[in-house]
Design a binder for this molecule. Sequence first.
Ligand code: SF4
Length: 445
Amino acid sequence: MNDHQFRDDVLGGLSPSFCGAKWYNATIWLGSGMTTSCHHPPAHKVIVEDVVKNYKMLHNTNEKKQDRQLMQSGKRPGGCEYCWKIEDMGRDAISDRVYKSKIYEIVDLQKAKDSKFDLDIDLQTLEISFDRTCQFACSYCNPAFSSTWVKDIKNNGPYQNLVSDGRNHFTHTHDSSQLYKFGETNPYIEAFFRWWDNDLHRTLKELRITGGEPLMSGYTWKLIDWFKTNKGKSNTQLAINSNLGFDQSHLLDFINRIRELPHVELYTSNETVGLQAEYIRDGLNYQQWVDNINLLIKSKSIKALHVMCTVNALCLDSLPEFLDQLVEFKKEYGKDFPNFTLNILRFPSFQSPLILPDDLRTTYKENLTNWLVKHNNNDYLHEHEIAHVTRLIDYLDVVKTPHSESFNQPALLNDFKKFYQQYDQRRSKNFVDTFPSLATWYNTL
Ligand code: SF4
């Protein structure tokens, strides 16, 4: 069944706003005790007293239960605006609720529709973060997710004169993201491991570990060791997000530890090439990233490799070149090595592709259209990959305003300039030299 049929016949038959992720998927940040259904709705707090009594409340919060009730009756939860925006473009584009529902059995989707909205549901797919330790400090990340970003703010102070960022991503160290120090008892992590030992290892289809950088967390190694010492006890597929910013000996250590596990997939992020990639993802060595991808795939220790592209204002310049690089990998190693997704950045809004002036957006849209024409019949590309490129082209064409909460174009332009001026100074970078095709516009801001 193709994506459009699934949207109309399966989801449409349940309710006009139905999404399986609200029941069966979660991201949970155990360092801060926050959760969300997928990456798009804003995260909300898990009440610590609730999880001490009932570990399933790590996922089944009252907020999610209310959203489920809305979806069962065809209403749109406000937190899922990302999907509604894609669906309301009028281009028949496929939103993520299709991709994020399609992975579940239709019978389970029907059960979710028919269940009492306040029931505790067993997760099928889960992404967890143990802590925010990370050696990178990407421009679109912030101290809530990276200890290197924390150091930037501690050493240099808050970013100054940003006016559009109501969430203050760049002005403080986000201590609430790491409620418990290393060595202290974290009740969220305790609840997770109780849940895991008791039943999660049986019910969960996929466990994905994110960060920070998961390969820098001792809890990631603890889970890998659990799989090694409990062979055959769990059918859960393990997936790990990694920036792959390691020297090869560290990566080989990882490869050797996962080699005997039945099913491990690796997710990594990048969205452009060379120095532009290193500018956006501060800490990245692009050649090392490419070498590590080759090493990992050749080791045959993983079942699939996924590249997640966070589409922001700076990557569009060489995104087609980056997609060419991914196609080259596929030609060498097969269709799933890697497969990719294009996720359009919404926050911080001043880094959104929608900040760009019309002439640049038109150029980038045309470049992507040409790329698509060249690759439309390329057998190495999955249907969802073609669809992601298509919807990005539509997005650049149709959607004119960044996320509604924060739309104030002069403020966003101010912040774009002010942010990158300070980013250049703190990180010893140079925007104008790195992005020559943006330089004329940038200098007018
Ligand atoms: S944002 Fe979209 S994919 Fe995510 S939970 Fe909401 S409807 Fe589902």
